[in-house]
Write a protein that binds this ligand. Structure first.
Ligand code: PHE
Length: 450
């Protein structure tokens, strides 16, 4: 593959799904989804989340695939090719900028997971009280050197994979890493559901109390659906452009969405039974996996092994996501500026890492520098998830729903009329009306307008 003049792309159906699901499945599933579910009352949140995936996430993912495969270009190039000289390209710009910025702080969190693998390998949680475990986490993230070094290692790893290309790098690694992730999470699930007192955790996750559904929670669920499915930042446009013409885009989007949701559920099943069995508050926010879980591992028979496995799971999940974030920027620069993949990857990885260094330091040494009331780390997270992703996804749904050539859309979804699809009508309603309205609500909420 990778012949000169021929565009690199995914080599097999399994490779496509592994890579796209690898992007979707990440810290969002294993770190963010469980703590949001915990904060928002459990099963009722899950119920709303599932509706958001089906009604908004799935159609937007398909729309991104359509734009990508139709144009055979990166996130920005796609709009330049399909609708030259129009402002639609803004969605591409936002996407590439979002990928750049998200990777800078996501790489920092990914770095923490490496430190936690080492901590669990050396039995570093043993004998620590809950307060000490909390201090352990805050000491790590505010340290001026350690998290920076781990972040750089993680970024180097990511760059090493991305610079070898789409089929030889990203696809190949995703095909190994994703099954590994599945095996680890299933082992953790078996351990969790066989704990004494596991049933309370399972019913927290699966028996909904519908009176807990509140507008706030609905918006949190929709925002999580975007983040988790890697939507609104050009990832699925870029990956869509690597999908072969014979593949069925609808079933691909469906498989990726199911895989993403399944892993979030399996993460919930691994975490909540343990949290309840050991009498820990499920509502402990972002610290859930880094502070709460080490407490759980401490109290559990075989806890050290499960701790090692868990943090490896986090690192693997994060790696297939950082690959996709880097690829969005690299694909743009190599294609639009005709640069070699290797040079581009090194350049882009260095620039993103540099921003990441400041993001990491802003949890400690330079935490006093204020960005609208946030430190840099939280500010980058806030602007990208509240503004970039939502505006990007909104523009894409309006573009595909109302402005993109109808025949081109039909052609992509039916592979030139060779596939019979029964969902065309439903897709139209979702992408034209339901998705943009849902996204607009998330946006207004994000900027504190509602
Ligand atoms: N979808 C990934 C996750 O769930 C995160 C991600 C967000 C990846 C944005 C890429 C872009 O963790």
């Amino acid at each position: 593959m990778g012949n000169k003049g021929q565009r690199d792309g995914f080599g097999s159906k399994l490779g496509i799904i592994a890579a796209a699901a690898g992007s979707a499945i990440g810290l969002g599933n294993i770190w963010r989804f469980p703590y949001l579910t915990g904060e928002n009352g459990g099963a009722a949140f899950l119920f709303v989340y599932l509706i958001c995936i089906i009604a908004v996430g799935l159609p937007v993912m398909l729309a991104e695939f359509v734009v990508g495969r139709r144009s055979q270009r990166n996130a920005i190039g796609a709009f330049k090719k399909l609708v030259p000289g129009t402002p639609w390209v803004l969605a591409g710009w936002l996407g590439v900028a979002a990928a750049f910025i998200i990777l800078s702080f996501y790489g920092v969190i990914a770095g923490w997971t490496l430190d936690y693998i080492l901590k669990s390998l050396t039995n570093g949680f043993a004998g620590k009280s809950p307060v000490e475990l909390e201090q352990m986490f805050t000491t790590l993230i505010s340290n001026p050197v350690k998290p920076v070094v781990f972040q750089l290692i993680f970024m180097a790893l990511t760059a090493g994979i991305v610079l070898t290309g789409v089929s030889d790098g990203i696809e190949k690694f995703a095909k190994v890493l994703m099954p590994m992730l599945l095996v680890i999470i299933i082992i953790l699930d078996i351990r969790a559901v066989t704990l004494n007192g596991a049933s309370q955790g399972l019913s927290f996750l699966f028996s909904p109390d519908f009176s807990k559904i509140k507008p706030d929670m609905v918006l949190a669920a929709l925002g999580q659906a975007f983040f988790s499915m890697s939507l609104g930042m050009g990832i699925m446009i870029t990956y869509g452009s690597y999908i072969g013409k014979k593949e069925n885009l609808g079933t691909t989007a469906l498989s990726v969405s199911i895989a993403d949701t399944l892993i979030a559920l399996l993460a919930g099943i691994a975490i909540f039974p343990a949290v309840f069995a050991f009498g820990i508050d499920p509502n402990s926010g972002p610290g859930l996996v880094f502070i709460t879980l080490p407490n759980v591992f401490n109290q559990m028979a075989g806890g050290q092994i499960f701790g090692i496995l868990f943090f490896m799971l986090l690192a693997v999940a994060a790696l297939t996501s950082t690959m996709s974030l880097m690829e969005v920027v690299v694909a743009y620069v190599t294609e639009e500026f005709n640069m070699s993949r290797k040079k581009t990857t090194i350049l882009i990885a260095s620039l993103i890492s540099l921003l990441g260094v400041f993001a990491s330091l802003s949890n400690g040494t330079i935490s006093h520098i204020d960005f609208f009331g946030y430190n840099l780390f939280d500010f980058l997270d806030f602007v990208t998830s509240s503004f970039f992703l939502t505006i990007g996804a909104f523009i894409i749904s309006i573009f595909v729903g109302w402005f993109m050539d109808k025949n081109a859309i039909r052609d992509e979804i039916t592979n030139g009329g060779t596939l019979k699809v029964a969902y065309m009508g439903a897709f139209n309603v979702l992408i034209k009306i339901v998705a943009p309205i849902g996204i607009a609500l998330v946006f207004l909420k994000g900027i504190g307008f509602m």
